[in-house]
Design a protein around this ligand. Structure first.
Ligand SMILES: [Zn+2]
Length: 556
């Protein structure tokens, strides 16, 4: 028996190590939470001892665990218990789904659905409270758009929230009103949407991290309720082969819960949670982020990042563009954080050694974010900062080399492409503007300019499955024949979910590839990878996930 016998050996697998020094192998050995050897079956079986757990890979593909580089774990965990409207279209299907859901939750103070398409009731129909009232007039009902930037409430919920006559919520949010001065039911962006969530007296803490707020006071029972949501969300991630999560909303409260879970040994993924700087940046947000970074710094739970929003989305005209919206001459959207404040925050965060992630969908928002990062670099001097831009649905071609120049990372979501993953083409592509289509979700141009790309899904905004996201990326069709092919190859997509995800999180020395010495995070896939290139049902799925040397998911 070798003195350094392995705890776990996986053999009879096709290793796709994502390590350019040693790209393919047959077997791998783990001791404790580390990979100790990668090689041929003969080489690896030499590490077998009497207590080694030997797993037969049955010819499957063994890869590094997936990085989900942009998600919302607490809202995700909660979403597993809400009505998902992603596959629902038309009034009839909607009414059946909502009534069934309401019957299942007779006690709920506010019935909440998510994943609603803007075209739920038809391509040219803007949703109002009357559509919702037709399905459920007698209980407060609220539904959230597939991109989480718009909500719609029925009349009962609007009245309960005191919104029927509208409310002024500042420039970034809107209670949409009709010609008679009554709320239509449409609520744009967080401040307006939060008014409806406030109807609930319990269990609304999952959205606080989206605005960078902390709960006022939390009972032990409420903490346990949230820990249960986090646990369910993480188990769902492990089932999809994910081992590291970069959360993209964040407050101290979530980190406290996650640290508690780590102590109990119930974390099934590693997770990084940023501090989401509130839009008005009141107080000392950078100081708070630095303190969170100091207080939470284990191998599984960390901070180290600030998150901000520069704009919203095209479908409700809150994406910030460089040109006018085609249907609204003179209007381009507005930056959520004014440029001078944004530059100051970036400069302070950068000087403190924090990584910055900013939501930017329109080409105008992307430019503002690059300007802020460039200002920070000019003030503090160049460093390996890897500041990230989240989404980049659209970018001006001049800004791609600028991203490269300042060392920025593109965090992109193949499942956000209009016409993919249940999202309709319209009105998004029209509002984006025909002239911008060549630069929409153009992974190829960004990648080939030397800008690192990590992929993610923004779950629960889009479906979590990384293989589904890769399938969306590989099968994307151009919106017209004259557009360039923006797709990456399968290998490049895998890099975006492994090595590049690790790079984007400063994790490349310890995660992202199956390399001896790195932490033992991996996924075993069963089935044909070639099915990732085809439309139709995916023929490949995770059967085993290991995080930190421990099995976190095993298919039955
Ligand atoms: Zn997000």
């Amino acid at each position: 028996m070798p003195p350094d016998a392995a705890d776990v050996i996986i053999q009879n697998a096709q290793l796709r190590t994502m390590d350019p020094q040693n790209p393919v192998a047959e077997a791998l050995a783990i001791r404790g939470n580390r990979i100790v050897a990668v090689g041929s079956k003969t080489e690896i079986m030499a590490h077998e001892g009497p207590d080694t757990h030997v797993i037969d890979g049955k010819g499957g593909t063994l890869m590094p665990g997936f990085f989900e580089s942009h998600l919302h774990i607490l809202p995700g965990g909660v979403s597993l218990e809400r009505l998902n409207l992603a596959d629902i279209s038309g009034a009839e299907a909607f009414e059946i789904a909502v009534r069934d859901f309401a019957n299942r939750y007779p006690e709920a103070e506010l019935l909440i659905a998510f994943g609603a398409n803007y075209t739920l009731f038809g391509d040219d129909t803007r949703i109002t409270r009357r559509h919702l009232d037709a399905a459920i007039p007698d209980r407060p009902f609220y539904m959230i758009a597939c991109d989480f930037h718009t909500g719609w409430a029925n009349t009962k919920a609007l009245k309960a929230a005191g919104l029927m006559q509208g409310r002024d919520l500042g420039p970034a949010s809107e209670v949409v009103m009709d010609a008679e001065g009554t709320a239509t039911g449409e609520l744009r962006e967080a401040a307006a949407m939060d008014c409806i969530m406030a109807i609930k007296t319990a269990g609304t803490r999952e959205m606080l991290g989206m605005s960078g707020l902390e709960p006022d006071s939390v009972t032990q029972a409420q903490r346990e309720e949230d820990i249960a949501f986090l646990t369910a969300g993480m188990e769902y991630c492990a089932r999809h082969g994910i081992t590291k999560l970069i959360n993209m909303d964040g407050n101290r409260y979530q980190l406290e819960l996650l640290a508690e879970m780590e102590q109990r040994g119930t974390l099934s993924c590693r997770i990084e949670v940023p501090y989401r700087i509130p839009n008005n940046a009141d107080g000392d947000p950078i100081g708070k982020a630095v303190q969170m970074t100091r207080d939470f710094a284990t191998e599984k739970v960390s901070c180290g990042r600030v998150k901000m929003f520069m704009d919203g989305v095209f479908d409700n005209w809150t994406a910030l563009k460089l040109e006018d919206y085609p249907d609204r001459p003179g209007y381009r959207g507005a930056p959520i954080v004014p440029p001078a404040l944004f530059e100051r925050l970036c400069t302070q965060a950068d000087a403190a050694g924090l990584q910055i992630s900013v939501h930017a969908v329109g080409n105008g928002a992307v430019r503002h974010v690059i300007d802020g990062y460039a200002a920070a670099r000019a003030a503090n001097g160049p460093r390996d900062s890897r500041h990230r831009i989240e989404h980049i649905d659209n970018i001006h071609p001049d800004d791609i080399p600028r991203m490269k120049e300042i060392g920025a990372v593109a965090s992109m979501q193949p499942v956000h492409v209009p016409g993919k993953a249940g999202l309709p083409l319209e009105p998004t592509v029209t509002l984006m503007g025909r002239e911008n289509w060549p630069w929409a979700f153009n992974w190829r141009a960004i990648h080939d300019a030397g800008v690192p790309i990590c992929f993610a899904t923004d779950w629960p905004i889009s479906p979590l499955d990384p293989l589904h996201a890769i399938n969306c990326a590989l099968t994307r069709q151009p919106w017209s024949d004259d557009l360039p092919d923006p797709r990456l190859t399968l290998d490049e997509c895998f890099e975006a979910y492994t090595t590049q995800g690790a790079y984007a999180a400063f994790d490349e020395d310890r995660l992202g590839s199956l390399t001896p010495g790195k932490l033992a995070d991996m996924v075993l896939l069963e089935g044909e990878l070639s099915s990732l290139h085809c439309d139709g049902n995916l023929q490949v799925r995770p059967v085993l996930t290991i995080c930190d040397g421990t099995i976190t998911y095993e298919a039955s």
